[in-house]
Design a protein around this ligand. Structure first.
Ligand SMILES: NC(=O)c1ccc[n+]([C@@H]2O[C@H](COP(=O)([O-])OP(=O)(O)OC[C@H]3O[C@@H](n4cnc5c(N)ncnc54)[C@H](O)[C@@H]3O)[C@@H](O)[C@H]2O)c1
Length: 97
């Protein structure tokens, strides 16, 4: 998992200045958002807050939060116009294994 995350981050470093993280207010997403923002990149988040929370996000000018659903074409389209890359983490996670 960490190897994959490092690979994604390396690719984003090379290719992307502005990144959208769907589900960015969730557990994994919020850590990724923090990491990208600390690299001085702009991060957009789209999250419907079904399980995530804005409390997971630190306040920074480079972090732009949009409350919205990834199934809503207009919300996604608006945000997509501002980014070079997308990390899709929005999901309904089933914790029962
Ligand atoms: N946590 C783990 O151990 C783990 C392990 C492997 C894979 N994953 C995967 O990583 C992803 C994120 O997992 P997590 O643990 O951070 O879960 P999480 O529930 O903390 O985060 C998911 C986020 O997606 C948001 N969301 C859900 N449906 C949405 C929708 N329709 N539109 C917009 N936002 C929506 C939620 O509000 C939440 O903030 C999932 O795809 C999960 O399957 C997680």
């Amino acid at each position: 998992m960490m190897k994959k995350v490092r690979c994604i981050i390396l690719t984003m470093k090379v290719l992307s200045r502005r990144v959208l993280v769907t589900g960015g207010a969730g557990f994994i997403g919020s850590h990724l958002v923090d990491l990208i923002a600390r690299q001085g990149r702009q991060v957009w988040i789209i999250d419907n807050l079904s399980t995530g929370s804005p409390d997971n996000l630190r306040k920074a000018e480079t972090i732009k939060f949009v409350k919205g659903d990834v199934t809503d074409q207009s919300s996604v389209g608006t945000v997509m116009a501002n980014v070079d890359a997308v990390v899709h983490l929005a999901a309904v996670v089933d914790h029962e294994l």
